[in-house]
Design a protein around this ligand. Structure first.
Ligand SMILES: *Cc1c(COP(=O)(O)O)cnc(C)c1O
Length: 473
């Protein structure tokens, strides 16, 4: 057997895969029963680099050793004390489906390369469109992350409102957005040539929602300065505090001025699955486009993002490129050639991973997860308020909670930053921090449905302990 034949051998595949499945099942077990002590085995960047350089120098060797070390040295999202960034601990079934799509590797851009994944993508898009409240004219795509999906939505907005794609322009185009919006909106607008002035940041209220009472004023100011506003973006929810903008009022404003209304529901759009919490996105059905990340509250491995359009034709207008070798007819609006509507040419079979959840567990599991995580954040807020030395930044609206330790006579920013740093180095919990109006807050995103109130109390105890230690110095 040649080396290549050996590398493709079904037997060695079977063996390696079994080895890996056993390692991953052990990882899941130890994370869930918390015999795995570290959530994050933190190492300084240069130390980690040196470790892997030494590993690399050893050349080809045991794949099992590599699997083990990767599991051991990575962030452990399945540990109930993982409460950091907004990335889901994926459902185990989706990891298995990832192996399926990884090996089949159907590229998706044209129908023949996505015989299964293109139809599944359409079914999933229609599921979301229905939950959003769109009618049969809606359609959507899957793409690689909320960042790319938001850029694609803004490109669709521009294609709907101008001829820039074909003719270019000197016109000063602008987008309105909350000052709390995810930075990728700002980045997308700059990529599209709008400059810093073309991204009009609207202040937020005490709940960190866009101040809809100021929309008219900011719109007029921009217009007087010679800008043509083409789009307004609502956040559902915002990244740092998890605040849901008032989408119904934004929708009314967009309609009045004939603006494209884009709802960035990358994180919180998932509430459309929950009877209990979908009221948080009332008005989302007025949007022209909606982004929802399957890899945030919907338990799918990254990246898998839905971009749903109210009107099918808008999704075909976005990229009007001719690529004869891919599609014989560029003009036709065929849903099954997904590359016509996405930034990507070759694309991952994301729909297979999502669909595996529906097949294995049913749709209900999405609402269970969304509700558990939102409820848990509410409980956490109660625990924080019950402790004298702690305060909340604001009442949580989603599964994101910002809070801090507040002993008197201390520099609170320094103290809370030092606490977060020590937590990181100890590695028994993973949380992050954020700065709100110049105040440093600790921030948790409760992403893991196996996290319980016991874990949350343990976190607060640990913070208090570290605080006393630092304070006592
Ligand atoms: C996470 C997030 C994004 C970015 O999405 P990625 O999938 O990380 O690229 C954009 N907007 C909001 C509101 C988000 O929460």
């Amino acid at each position: 057997m040649t080396n290549l034949q050996q590398a493709f051998s079904p037997d060695s595949f079977r063996q390696n895969a079994h080895t890996l499945v056993d390692l991953l099942a052990d990882y899941l077990e130890s994370a869930q029963n918390q015999t795995l002590e570290s959530v994050i085995p933190y190492q300084e960047p240069d130390d980690s680099l040196a470790y892997w350089q030494a590993d690399y120098e050893q050349g080809a060797g045991s794949i099992e050793g590599f699997f083990k070390k990767t599991i051991e040295k990575s962030m452990h999202l399945h540990h109930p004390r993982y409460m950091g960034h907004q990335v889901t601990p994926p459902l185990p079934i989706t990891a298995i489906a990832s192996m399926l799509s990884g090996l089949l590797n159907n590229g998706m851009a044209v129908y023949e390369m996505g015989l299964v994944s293109n139809p599944l993508e359409r079914i999933l898009s229609e599921l979301l469109a229905k939950k959003i409240g769109f009618n049969n004219n809606a359609s959507g795509i899957l793409t690689s992350g909320g960042t790319l999906a938001n850029l694609t939505a803004l490109l669709a907005a521009r294609a709907a409102k101008t001829d820039v794609w074909e003719d270019g322009t000197n016109e000063k185009l602008a987008v309105m957005v909350s000052e709390e919006a995810h930075y990728c909106i700002d980045r997308a607008a700059r990529i599209m040539g709008m400059g810093s002035e073309g991204i009009i940041k609207i202040p937020t209220n005490e709940k960190r929602q866009i101040r809809t009472d100021l929309l008219e004023k900011y719109y007029n100011k921009a217009t007087e300065k010679g800008f043509r506003v083409i789009c307004i973006v609502g956040s559902a929810c915002s990244t740092s505090t998890g605040s849901y903008d008032n989408l119904a009022e934004i929708g009314n404003f967009a309609q009045k001025h004939n603006l494209w209304f884009h709802a960035d529901g990358a994180h919180g759009g998932a509430v459309i699955f929950s009877e209990k919490y979908k009221h948080k996105v009332i008005g989302i059905e007025q949007a022209d486009s909606v982004v929802i990340d399957w890899h945030k509250m919907l338990m799918t491995p990254a990246l898998a993002t839905a971009l749903i359009f109210k009107r099918d034709e808008n999704s075909f207008q976005t990229f009007q490129q001719k690529a004869q070798y891919l599609w014989s007819n560029q003009e036709s609006k065929d849903w099954f050639n997904s590359g016509k509507r996405t930034f990507e040419c070759t694309k991952l079979m994301m729909s297979v991973k999502i669909y595996s959840i529906l097949k294995a567990h049913g749709e209900q599991i999405f609402s269970e997860n969304v509700e558990y995580l939102h409820d848990l954040a509410e409980k956490f807020a109660v625990l924080v308020k019950a402790r004298l030395n702690f305060e909340l930044a604001i009442e949580p609206e989603s599964n994101i909670v910002c809070f801090r330790l507040t002993p008197s006579d201390t520099n609170l920013n320094e103290l809370n930053s030092a606490i977060r740093k020590q937590l990181l180095q100890e590695g028994k919990f993973y949380i992050v921090q954020t700065t709100l109006k110049e105040n440093v807050y600790l921030r948790v995103s409760l992403m893991n449905p196996l996290t319980t109130e016991t874990d949350l109390n343990a976190l607060l105890d640990e913070i208090e302990r570290i605080g006393n230690q630092i304070f006592g110095e």
